[in-house]
Design a protein around this ligand. Sequence first.
Ligand SMILES: [Zn+2]
Length: 440
Amino acid sequence: MFNRILLLGGSGQLGQVLQPLLKDFSAQTDLQLFVPTRQVLDLNNTDAISDYIAQHKPDLIINAAAMTQVDDAETNPALADAINHRAVAVLAYAAKQQKAAFLQLSTDQVFDGSRSTPLLETDPPNPINAYGRSKWAGEQALVAAYAGTDLLWWILRTSWLYGEQGPRWLQHIDSNASVVTDQIGAPTSALWLAHIIVQIIQDAKTQPMESGIYHATMAGQTSKFDQAQRHLMQRHLIQQGQQPKLKPIKTEDFKQAVAKRPLYTVLNSDKLAKALNLTIPQWTEATDIHFMQLALNQAKIAEANGEVPVGAVVVAADGKTVLAQAHNAPITANDPTAHAEISALRQAATTTNNYRLDGCTLYVTLEPCTMCVGALVHARIAKVVFAASEPKAGSLQSQRQLMNEDLSGYYNHRFVWQGGVLAHAAALQLRTFFKARRQT
Ligand SMILES: [Zn+2]
């Protein structure tokens, strides 16, 4: 449905992970992707925006560009308004002339934080800082420009967004820093959100998601304090058993902040989940998304070799060390057992010099077959996470449920499993592969 996509904010936290996904997508569907740098398209220059749109004629604009530093916005509200509001107004007007669809990224900061239950799209915004005001004005500018047209537009409001390097504010945090306990929200992985955007674009071909505002955050909630504590634990900055030294404080006592912060901004993303027919993962499951992306990258290698695109990754018991990355290769290796899972298990066992992979997790893009379930049992793998289900040969949930069936005494080890992580992306990869194969 879309042939010319313009992505703004390509170098931001979301843009950095969205760009490669869109490039893959454009290679599969031969659409054109434009990602102008700030030097090429300055959003502070309204004439430049109109000229660029008229010249490149996009049929979808994804606006992930924003001034997102809340304190900077407070000290320079004019610049925040120029980028987060006026640029959106000009973009939306120019986009409408081209009959382009529009996807705008927005924020939980449009709310005042006075609630204590998850916020719905129908709840009225009431921003309490310059950043929130500029983003809310940007939303309204898009809605006003597209009112009365049948063009598609979506506003995705996300919260506590972080990229592959982790949350920016936690990157250099001291283990004895003061952190607020009364700001509650849902940290959201940029990679997860990027996959959501690709799915919205993909669905637009057949059944476009209805125009409107959507909350798009990961599920669950936490405080800034608990998020920081968890982050430090994972980084091993705090020894096991030792009490964290972070100092809990109230927002009103945190004097370094220039801008006011809304306290409670947990968003209810049920509307999005329903529209895209997906389950929203808990924010604590973001690492699953990250490792599944590595498996998807492996599947791409298989595809390039003419193999069915399946990739697998083995992660150590620490939950962060990647022990193996492998892809499907029975044809190229002349080996009927060269499934991605088997190759990944072999690699991980070689790396650790141990055929038992106690406590390890295997990520794979497709539900494992009977042979692979057998091998995973032999390897004593602790957990299997897969993306797409395999209706014909899947042996965990589809054809057989080998880990759930009553085979007492038959297996000397059982692993837990979970399906559906990035299922949409894996299914798209497989569909594209088989479609191309049928055509040749
Ligand atoms: Zn297999």
